[in-house]
Design a protein around this ligand. Structure first.
Ligand SMILES: [Zn+2]
Ligand SMILES: [Zn+2]
Length: 295
């Protein structure tokens, strides 16, 4: 499994001199499976660059959407495979409001917000609302487990397991919300126990509170504690605040390393950056997952 980051920013895209190192595009993560097929987590503005690469392949394209907020769908009209004749693109939305969200994704292409209309696309955009677990197992040989996010309007986290190598995608999740929780802290610890790579929303710092409490995102300090409690292998801090500069993220990185070391956690932590790849593999004779991070 190779995980590559194409968009790591939350809320809105922020190109400019303050975001050169970590990137300014919104949420999009690519997972290349051992089969060579492609899983895409969310369709923020980062999906445009990924689409240009995938347009040169003829592999299965599977998109898993966490939810329908703008920063997770806005890149879809710019995703090159949707302009390829006959290309099958499966769009998985594992929420009760899946149909509504699928319509939201394509309402962007209504001739008003975007010049090309959805009915004029030559590709096959196939909605999948149910049975993601069994379908992914049959099509791709992977196991997928869902978990409900704590987020205004709802959303879904995904745990992907390919031959014992695991990656969890948990973005737009508030670990300590003022509203009713869909998943409580202990349930998160249980869900994420021992995962090789955890990609988690880490948008806020203490200075953002209490103003942004209830907006659906987590404090970085809460996320590193969760990673430590769940004995995660590698924590990837994701969905950076649009106002967080490269130098601030560098400082956060150092602070996290200190925290995890002082708590003797078996976890390493990195801030997600556009272009960063994580290679995960299981040794043939079994044992711990091997991980290599390239920036
Ligand atoms: Zn978001
Ligand atoms: Zn959101």
């Amino acid at each position: 499994m190779i995980i590559t980051f194409y968009g790591v920013r939350g809320s809105t895209s922020v190109p400019g001199p303050q975001t050169v190192k970590y990137g300014g595009n919104t949420s999009c993560v690519h997972i290349e499976l051992e089969s060579g097929n492609d899983l895409i987590l969310d369709a923020g503005t980062g999906i445009r660059m990924l689409g240009n690469k995938l347009a040169k392949k003829s592999t299965h394209v599977n998109i898993l959407l966490s939810h329908g907020h703008w920063d997770h769908i806005q890149g879809y009209p710019f995703f090159a495979p949707i302009y390829q004749t006959g290309r099958d693109i499966n769009v998985y939305i594992s929420m009760e409001s899946g149909r509504k969200l699928f319509n939201t994704l394509f309402r962007q292409m209504d001739g008003t917000h975007f010049p090309v209309k959805v009915e004029d696309l030559p590709s096959n955009n196939i909605p999948k609302f149910k049975g993601i677990e069994s379908e992914m197992y049959e099509r791709e040989g992977i196991k997928v487990a869902k978990q409900a996010l704590n987020h205004p309007g709802g959303g879904v986290a995904y745990m992907i397991n390919e031959n014992g190598v695991t990656c969890a995608y948990v973005t737009d999740n508030e670990l300590d919300p003022p509203y009713a929780q869909s998943t409580n802290y202990d349930q998160w610890v249980n869900y994420l126990q021992g995962v090789d790579v955890l990609i988690h929303d880490a948008q806020y710092v203490e200075d953002d509170m209490p103003h942004k409490h209830g907006w659906g995102h987590s404090l970085i300090s809460q996320v590193r504690q969760l990673a430590s409690d769940a004995e995660v292998g590698t924590l990837v801090m994701f969905h950076h605040d649009p106002d967080r500069s490269d130098s601030e993220l560098d400082e956060i990185q150092i602070e996290n390393e200190k925290y995890l070391k002082s708590h003797r956690a078996p976890t390493r932590s990195v801030c997600a950056a556009e272009g960063m790849s994580i290679h995960l593999s299981k040794p043939v004779l079994g044992g711990d997952t091997k991980i290599k991070i390239e920036s």
